[in-house]
Design a protein around this ligand. Structure first.
Ligand code: S5P
Length: 280
């Protein structure tokens, strides 16, 4: 019998059973202030929409924000793709965050040793730690990465990439589980995970293994399923939220739309409607 089922599988089944047999009314105490801030903004703004504003000029960046800023709970940037980044960018971004009431999230995907990410976060041209409340982290280099990033920092947190949306990515279940183990040790600087799945059930299974109080943000979301020409895979808003996503991350689905404001409203309303069904 012992030969038929691996210890790893046994552990996985135990964790899954434990997670689904928790009484619903059991309240999880969340101590991460940034997680609480995001959750409260989701509820106050009635939006689970994170915009991925992947454009290369400031003009376009702020034009789009003027159109859709009211619809989003958080703005995800890739600051290093701006061709015309200058010292005016961050103050203007912060003004917009105030005006439209969203959180700033830089998708830097830190992935090096602690000492290097420490500098990548604090120094260089962008000085990300000064202005991004959340960043993304590939914990592939080990937990030293979290120490390098966050030792001595206040009011900063991260989302760990525990699964990716791109076809053929190298993340497997063991890797995802290791992410959860590391995150469990650093609840004050990890707010949750970036994750994707092939369907609702797959995402549900994935989320059921999260440490308590951790959120799921799902990229690779559009109104219809599909792919792009470079390996991106899309599931629908309903798939993501029904699977347990706390937020959907949407880029081209909105920024390439003819009427971006209207499209952002559609994503926001669809996500919020599904989210309410699961969170009443
Ligand atoms: O697995 C991932 C993780 C991330 S953070 N897949 C992703 O697509 N992302 C990011 O989400 C990616 O870097 C991009 O900024 C955004 C998706 O953009 P879209 O235009 O495909 O919606």
């Amino acid at each position: 019998m012992n030969d038929l089922i691996s210890e790893e599988k046994v552990k996985e089944v135990r964790e899954f059973t434990a997670s689904i047999s928790k009484p619903v009314e059991q309240k999880i105490e969340i101590t991460n202030r940034l997680t609480l801030k995001l959750m409260s903004k989701i509820n106050r703004k009635k939006s689970n929409l994170v915009l991925s504003l992947d454009v290369t000029t400031q003009k376009e960046f702020f034009e789009i924000l003027d159109e859709v800023g009211n619809e989003i709970v958080m703005l995800k940037t890739h600051v290093d793709i701006l061709d015309d980044y200058d010292e005016n960018f961050v103050p203007k971004l912060q003004e917009y965050a105030q005006k439209y009431d969203f959180i700033i999230f830089e998708d830097r995907k830190f992935a090096d040793i602690g000492n290097t990410v420490r500098h990548q976060y604090r120094n260089g041209i962008y000085k990300i730690s000064n202005w991004a409340e959340f960043v993304t982290v590939h914990v592939v280099a080990g937990e030293g990465i979290l120490k390098g990033l966050f030792d001595g920092m206040e009011n900063r947190s991260s989302f760990m990439l525990a699964r990716m949306s791109s076809k053929g990515n190298l993340i497997n279940e063991t890797y995802s589980r290791k992410c959860f183990e590391v995150a469990r040790k650093y609840p004050n600087v990890v707010s949750g995970f970036i994750g994707h799945g092939k369907d609702v059930e797959d995402i549900r299974r994935f989320k059921s293994k999260f440490p308590a109080g951790m959120l799921l943000l799902t990229p690779g979301v559009k109104l219809e399923r599909g792919t792009d020409t470079m390996g991106q895979q899309y599931i629908t808003v309903d798939d993501a939220i029904q699977g347990g996503a706390d937020c959907i991350i949407v880029g081209r689905g909105i920024i390439k739309a003819e009427d971006r404001k209207k499209e952002a409203k559609i994503y926001r309303e669809r996500a919020w409607k599904e989210y309410q069904k699961l969170n009443i």
